[in-house]
Structures are given as C-alpha cells and as structure tokens.
Write a protein that binds this ligand. Structure first.
Ligand code: NAD
Length: 501
C-alpha cells in the first residue's frame, strides 16, 4: 500500500525499531524491502518496517533451533525473573506502548492502556507458573517398575498473532513459551507490527538472551510462515487469527506432526432472558459488543433477546450506543475509534445493508461517514432475520444485531430456553457465549448447554490471564492462560526404571 507522507507520527512511534529482530540483532531484510504501516484514524503513513522473505524467515527459525537446547537448560527461576522484569518494564511504559498501539490499530487510548495492563499480566502470570512445572511419580501395578513423569519444553515454536490485540496476543504466547523454556519465531500481523517490535525491545532489556525470541515482519505471511512450517525445525505452532488461516496451518502442521494451539474466530451469542436484570444486560453488552470497536473474537455477534423485554432492552441499549463519541483514538474523550482498514468498513457496511434488505430496522447508526479515516458508527439493528448474512459471519465491527426469541405473552415458558439454545448453537464456531438471567438454575442449565469453550454469566467479559481462554468446534484447539496455558508448550515424558529390592 502507498500512503501519503507522514505528518502526525507520535514520538513513541518514531522511536520503534523497524528492522527484523533475529538472533539477538536488529538487522534489515536480505533484499532491503519495507512495507507501510498506516494510522487507520487518518490514513496517514506511520512507519515503514522490514518486509521479510523466505531467506529472512529461514535465518530466524535456524536461530530459534540453534538456541533451543541452551535455553531449555536454563533454570525456571531465571526464566521467571525475565518475565517479572518484562512485566515491570511494560507497566512503567504504559502510555508509550498504548500510544503506539492506538496509532497503528485505532483503539481509543483508554482501551489501549487497558490492553497493555492485560497483556503485561500474562508475563506476571507465567513468571509464577515457570517455577511450578510439575511431574508425577508412581509404580506399576505389579510393583516392579517406577514411573516418573516429567515435563520438557516442546521445542522451537512458531507464534503468529492478529492485529486486533497486538500486545496481549503476543504476551499470551511469549509468556508461557519463555516459562516452559521454548525458543520462538514470532510473526505479528502486517497491519500492526510496531507494538510487537517495541515488545521485543522490552524483552531484550528484561534480559531475554539472543535467539530465544526472533521477530519477523512481512507483508507476505504465507511465504514466511510456510518456510517455518516446512523447515522441520519447529515443533509447535501457536496461532491466533481467522479460522480460514488456522485450517491452512493445521494442514501444514500435519507435515511434521507439529503440536498446535489454535485461537480462531468466534460468533458469540449474547442471550437476554425474560428474567434478566436489563440494566446489567445493557452494561454487559456495551462491553461484549464494543470492546475494540467490535473487532474482538469474543465480541457478541448475535444478540438474542426475549420478546417480553425486547423493547425495554433495545431502547436502553440504543440510547447508550447513540451517545458514544466516535473519533481518533488518540484524542481525549474518544470512545469508539476507526476500524482497522478500509476493507473492514466495506465488509461491515455490506452486512448491515444485507440485514436491512432482509427486513431489519436500523435503530441508530448504519451510514458510512466520509473519510479521512476508516470509521463506521455504532449501529443497532432490530428484527434481524435468521437468514441475514451477519447471522453466519463474524461481524468484526460496532454493529449489534438483535434477534427476538420466546413468546412475549409467556415470559416463564421454559420452551424459550430450548429455542434460544438451538439458535445460539446453530453455528460452526464455539468460542464464547454470554447469558443474562436472575435465575441461577436457568444460568447453570443454559451455560452447560452452550457449545462454547467459555461462558459469561451476567458479565460481558471473560478474558483474564488466570482463566483458560479458548474455544470448541471451529473456534480452535487448546487453551491460553490459566493453569493449563503452560502445558501447551510442554511435552510429557515418562521414564520407566525397575524397582530393585
Ligand atoms: P488473519 O487470520 O487474517 O491473520 C492472523 C495472522 O495470520 C496475521 O499475523 C496474518 O499475517 C497471518 N496470516 C495471514 N495469512 C496467512 C497464511 N496464509 N499463513 C500464515 N499466516 C497467515 O486474522 P486477522 O484478521 O488478523 O484477525 C482477526 C481474526 O482473528 C478474527 O477471526 C478473530 O476472531 C480472530 N481472533 C481470535 C482470537 C482468539 O483468541 N480466539 C483472538 C483475537 C482474534
């Protein structure tokens, strides 16, 4: 992409190193190419970063492979301390990191600061986990052999991250890999490489040895990642991104029977039962829908509201959405920033147009403003038909599609629960679901029936470093964070030895 000349580049962006980070050195790509990073709030050029090709990719994975055994031999305590230091360094530079993130990705500064704190917390969490890698010991049933079960780092890892949470999606992978003793090659999304490059610099300052983390930026992800996947040097791929790319990587991983962690797309149902606390449900939806301008895998995509409360809920929610302040995320008071690129705006606009053509009513928003910047307004649609395209598509924008269920005259009829669960589960995805009800039995029943890896009950947020984040069905494989997060980067080894009496 060719952008216009830079004018309003924040100082923090100008200071980010834009070369490749391989084997502990910042170096330009072999062929000297660069690609543009653009501010979605203005369309202006922010920076040009190294555009790696297959030869650069090769150097990076060879570095990771060369350093694996030495890194695995370091003490868990020393790896833990690097993560603690990195956590502290990130927290001492929140404003700087947030301003880089807002500039390249668009989210309001207040949200960017929230992501910095959330992302840093993965380092603290895995600093604590590094020294708690467990094992097991027992004897065979006949008493003749000792069984010792230990954990070893899985080996060099390929980490691939998306643009929507450029810091947290990286720390959620780097944290457990460092804790477990794995070396890494990391490829950030081409729309948002700057935050990750800044993070690499911070990890160096925290004491991460050369070659443990290699960061490769490219405008040609398929070439770089295929080089890694087919190198025979990597033992694991951890990916966060779309289901389509995840399926490609799963096919490639089969070539060398690589371990995989896949954090893929979502299509989250948000259920408001007849007995819900409406004010609380509206608060929950504001978070579940509007975090990151709706560009989150956890974003509420389909909002099912019981007919007996749909007018009250929709009116209250529309009032809140219409009052949101849209603008450049770097400006004070902005609550909703731009979408990440023009393609995203076009996709959201076409989903809204399709829903309206199929009978939906626009309660607020619904018009694409003129540029500069890639904006789409907070939009509420009601009466969305079940055959609208957005029922089966990740909207990834600030559009709330409200779908009625149940009988308005029979709010206590339990048939509504079965109806809404069937609607919510009618999707190939299964990342997260949200439900709002005052009845604890109903909450337990619906939470169990939702085919998702995570459920928010009377809350619009589930992400937390202490929780196992991940989905079922086409939303992915494996979990990040929580007690199990480090397991994704460890292999189990069982050693048998005879018991000598
Ligand atoms: P994407 O799949 O287009 O890109 C993700 C990453 O994959 C980027 O780094 C990209 O450069 C890389 N990539 C693209 N094509 C590739 C290829 N052929 N081979 C290897 N790598 C390739 O997704 P995106 O648009 O950046 O992110 C949005 C998607 O990510 C949404 O579907 C969202 O739901 C999902 N997501 C999931 C989670 C989760 O934890 N489940 C979190 C955030 C985002």
């Amino acid at each position: 992409m060719t952008a216009i000349a830079p004018h309003t580049v924040p100082d923090a962006v100008s200071r980010v190193r834009t070369d490749l980070f391989i084997d502990g050195e910042w170096s330009p790509p072999v062929d000297g190419n660069h690609f543009d990073v653009v501010n979605p709030a203005t369309g202006e050029l922010l920076a040009q970063v190294a555009d790696a090709d297959a030869a650069d990719a090769r150097r990076a994975i060879e570095s990771a492979a060369a350093h694996q055994s030495g890194w695995a031999a370091t003490s868990p305590r020393s790896r833990s301390e690097i993560l603690y230091r990195a956590h502290q360094l990130i927290m001492s530079r929140v404003d700087e990191i947030a301003s880089v993130m807002t500039a390249e990705m668009g989210k309001p500064l207040v949200e960017a600061k929230g992501e910095v704190a959330y992302g840093a917390e993965f380092f603290r969490w895995f600093a604590e986990e590094a020294v708690r890698i467990g094992g097991d010991s027992t004897t065979t049933g006949d008493g003749g052999h000792r069984i010792v079960v230990s954990r070893q780092p899985v080996g060099p890892c390929i980490l691939i991250t998306p643009w929507n949470f450029p810091l947290a999606m990286a720390t959620r992978k780097i944290g457990p890999a460092v804790a477990a003793g794995c070396t890494m090659v990391l490829k950030p999304a081409e729309l948002t490489p700057l935050t990750t490059l800044l993070l690499a610099d911070i990890l160096v300052e925290a004491g991460l040895p050369a070659g443990v983390l290699n960061v490769v930026t490219t405008s040609d992800p398929a070439t770089v990642v295929t080089e890694w996947m087919e190198s025979g040097l990597a033992r694991k791929v951890s990916f966060t991104g779309s289901t389509a790319v995840g399926k490609t990587l799963l096919r490639q991983a089969a070539g060398t029977v690589m371990r995989t962690s896949m954090e893929l797309g979502g299509n989250a149902p948000f259920i408001v039962c007849a007995d819900a606390d409406i004010a609380r449900a509206v608060d929950g939806l504001m978070v579940a829908k509007m975090r990151n301008m709706g560009q989150a895998c956890t974003a509420a995509n389909l909002i099912f509201v019981h007919r007996s409360v749909i007018d009250e809920f929709t009116d209250a929610f529309t009032t809140r959405m219409a009052a949101l302040q849209v603008g450049d995320g770097a400006h004070d008071g902005t609550q909703v920033g731009p979408l990440v690129e023009p393609r995203a705006v076009a996709k959201v606009a076409s989903l809204v147009d399709d829903a309206v053509a199929k009978g939906a009513t626009v309660c607020c928003g619904g018009d694409t403003p003129d540029g500069p910047g890639y904006y789409y307004p907070p939009t509420v649609l009601r009466g969305v038909s079940l055959d609208a395209d957005l029922m089966r598509t990740e909207i990834f924008g600030p559009v709330a599609a409200i779908v009625p269920f149940g009988n308005a005259d029979a709010p206590t009829d339990p048939a509504a629960d079965d109806e809404v669960i069937a609607l919510a589960n009618d999707t190939p995805w299964g990342l997260v679901g949200y439900l709002f009800s005052r009845d604890v039995d109903r909450c337990a029943r619906l939470a169990a029936a939702l085919e998702t890896g995570m459920v928010g009950v009377n809350t619009g947020i589930v992400s937390n470093p202490a929780a196992p984040f991940g989905g079922v069905k086409e939303s992915g494989l494996g979990r990040e964070g929580g007690r199990v997060g480090i397991e994704e980067f460890l292999d189990m080894k069982y050693t048998a030895s005879p018991v000598i009496r």
